[in-house]
Design a protein around this ligand. Structure first.
Ligand code: 5AD
Ligand code: SF4
Length: 467
C-alpha cells in the first residue's frame, strides 16, 4: 500500500503567514475576486479552497466578473473544446486589462498542469499575471503575493502531488458539500488525461477526513459527498480502513443525514461496498458507475479491466441488495476503432442496465494519452450520430424507469426553487438521486420534505408536498 505524503506543516504555515501579511496590507481596500471554474466536482472543490485562501488574503467575493479586481480561471482538460473556450475567454480580456492595469488575471486547474499548454497560454497572453498547476494550489498566497508585486508568475510542478491538509475553504451552498477522500488516479484508462494531470492515487488519512466531515456537519451541512476519481480503491497505509469502513465511520457522524460518494470504478467495486450501501442508513441508495462502453473489445482497448458481463452482473448484485437503488453512468461514443457492432453493444447494454441517467460524451483525443495515438480514429460526423442515437436510447430507458415512481412517497432534500409555467416550484432529490419538482417556495430550501410522486417530466419526477 502506498504511503501518503503530506505537505509539511511549515510549508503550509509559510503560505498562511503570507496570506495573513497580505490580509493586513489589503484589508479595507475592498478588493474583490471572481473565480470561473470549469469541469468536475474536484475542480469545483479546488475553487472552494482558492476562495478560502483568497479570503484569508483579504479579498472579498465579487458578484460578477466586471466587479472583480482579481479574476481566476480554474480550467479543466478532461474533454475537448475546453481549451478553445478558455483561450477565447482570456483573449477577450485584453481590452479590459489595457483599461484597468491593476486587474490581476490568474489561470490554474488541470489544463495548466499540462506544461506545454501552460507555457503556450503564458506566451500568447502577456497580460496574464499568474499561471499555476493543480499541484501548486497550496502555494497560492505566495504566488499571489509575487503577482501583486508586479512579477509575472508561472509555476507548474511535475509531481505526484502531496496532500495539503488544513487549507482554508469557503464552501458554496449551505446544506450539501464535498469532502475529498483521495486524489489522483492510477488506472490509466487509455482515453483519459486525469492520471497525467492529477498524479498518482493517494488517500487522505481517515482521521483528517472524519474531522472535516464533523466540521461541515457542525456548520449545518446535512449532505456530504465523498469525492475521489476512484473511491473504491481508497486505502491509507497507516490504518486498516478501506472505503466501506470509511463509509461506516462517516455514517456515525452526528448531524450528517445523507452520504453520497463518487466516482466508483466497476473493477474495484466490492461486495463489502454493496453491503455498506445496503445496511448503513445514511448512505444513499445511488451509485455512479461509469461503464464507458458495452463492447468487450472496446472496454479492453480502453483498459477498463472488466467485461460487459461483469458489469451487468454487478448491476444485478447492486439491485438485488440495495432497496430502490438507482444507477447512473458515463458513456463514451466513437472511441478509436469503435464499429457499428461495438456501438450496438453499447445500446443494448443501456437497455439492459436500466440507468437513471447516462452522461454521454463523444470521444475526444487528449494529447499524451494512449488512445490519442491509436489508428482508426472515428469521424466527427459518425460520433455525432452515435451520440444522438445513444441519447435517444438512454432517454427512452429512463422514462420507462420513471413510471414505477407514480404513487410512491419519499423524502427530498430541497435544493432550490424556480418559476415553472407561472408557478413557484421547489426541487430536491430523493436519496437515490431522482430529482422531484413540487409546488413550494424558497422557505423550503435546505429542509427535508416528504413528497408523493404524481407524474414524470423528462429525467425528473413531479410530486406533491405531504409534509
Ligand atoms: N473523451 C471523451 N470523454 C471522456 N471522458 C474522460 N476522458 C474523455 C475523453 N478523452 C469522460 C468519461 C469519464 C467522464 C468524467 O468524462 O466518460 O467518466
Ligand atoms: Fe480517468 Fe479511468 Fe482514472 Fe476515471 S478511472 S479518472 S476515466 S483514468
Amino acid at each position: 500500500m502506498k504511503k501518503t505524503i503530506e505537505v509539511p506543516q511549515e510549508e503550509l504555515q509559510a503560505n498562511l503567514d503570507v496570506a495573513a501579511r497580505l490580509h493586513a496590507e489589503l484589508q479595507g481596500r475592498g478588493l474583490r475576486y471572481y473565480i470561473e471554474s470549469y469541469g468536475c466536482q474536484m475542480n469545483d472543490h479546488d475553487a472552494e479552497k482558492l476562495s478560502g485562501m483568497l479570503q484569508a488574503c483579504g479579498y472579498l467575493p465579487a458578484s460578477s466578473k466586471e466587479e472583480a479586481d482579481l479574476l481566476i480561471f480554474n480550467t479543466c482538460c478532461v474533454r475537448e473544446h475546453a481549451e478553445k473556450r478558455v483561450f477565447g475567454n482570456i483573449g477577450a480580456l485584453k481590452k479590459r486589462k489595457d483599461a484597468e492595469p491593476g486587474l490581476i488575471i490568474g489561470v490554474c486547474g488541470c489544463m495548466m498542469q499540462q506544461r506545454e499548454v501552460a507555457a503556450r497560454l503564458y506566451k500568447r497572453f502577456p497580460f496574464v499575471d499568474l499561471v499555476f498547476g493543480t499541484h501548486e494550489l497550496h502555494h497560492f498566497p505566495q504566488l499571489l503575493s509575487r503577482a501583486l508585486e508586479g512579477e509575472r508568475v508561472i509555476s507548474v510542478r511535475e509531481s505526484d502531488g502531496e496532500i495539503a491538509e488544513g487549507l482554508p475553504v469557503v464552501r458554496n451552498g449551505s446544506f450539501s458539500t464535498f469532502v475529498t477522500i483521495m486524489y489522483g488516479c492510477d488506472n490509466f484508462c487509455t482515453y483519459c488525461i486525469v492520471p497525467y494531470v492529477r498524479g498518482r492515487e493517494r488517500s487522505r488519512a481517515p482521521e483528517n477526513i472524519l474531522a472535516e466531515v464533523r466540521r461541515v456537519a457542525e456548520q449545518g451541512f446535512r449532505e456530504v459527498t465523498l469525492l475521489g476519481q476512484n473511491v473504491n480503491s481508497y486505502a491509507y497505509a497507516d490504518a486498516d480502513v478501506d472505503f466501506p469502513e470509511l463509509l461506516r465511520r462517516t455514517n456515525a457522524v452526528d448531524g450528517v443525514e445523507r452520504i453520497r460518494f463518487m466516482t466508483s470504478h466497476p473493477k474495484d467495486l466490492s461486495p463489502r461496498l454493496i453491503e455498506a450501501m445496503a445496511t448503513l442508513p445514511k448512505v444513499c441508495n445511488h451509485i455512479h458507475l461509469p461503464v464507458q462502453s458495452g463492447s468487450n473489445r472496446i472496454l479492453a482497448a480502453m483498459n477498463r479491466r472488466y467485461t460487459r458481463e461483469k458489469y451487468l452482473d454487478l448491476v444485478q448484485q447492486i439491485r438485488g441488495a440495495v432497496k430502490d437503488v438507482e444507477i447512473t453512468t458515463d458513456i463514451i461514443v466513437g472511441f478509436p476503432g469503435e464499429t457499428e457492432e461495438d456501438f450496438l453493444d453499447t445500446l443494448s447494454l443501456v437497455r439492459e442496465a436500466g440507468f437513471a441517467a447516462a452522461y454521454t460524451f463523444m470521444y475526444s483525443p487528449r494529447p499524451g494519452t494512449r488512445a490519442a495515438a491509436m489508428e482508426n480514429q472515428i469521424a466527427e460526423e459518425v460520433k455525432k450520430q452515435r451520440l444522438l442515437r445513444l441519447n435517444a436510447a438512454s432517454t427512452e430507458q429512463l422514462q420507462k424507469g420513471n413510471s414505477k415512481y407514480i404513487g410512491q412517497c419519499g423524502t427530498v432534500l430541497v435544493e432550490g426553487c424556480d418559476q415553472r409555467a407561472g408557478e413557484v416550484t421547489a426541487f430536491g432529490k430523493l436519496p437515490n438521486f431522482k430529482m422531484v419538482y413540487f409546488p413550494g417556495g424558497a422557505e423550503l430550501i435546505g429542509t427535508m420534505r416528504e413528497v408523493r410522486i404524481t407524474g414524470t417530466m423528462n429525467n425528473s419526477l413531479i410530486g406533491d408536498l405531504i409534509k
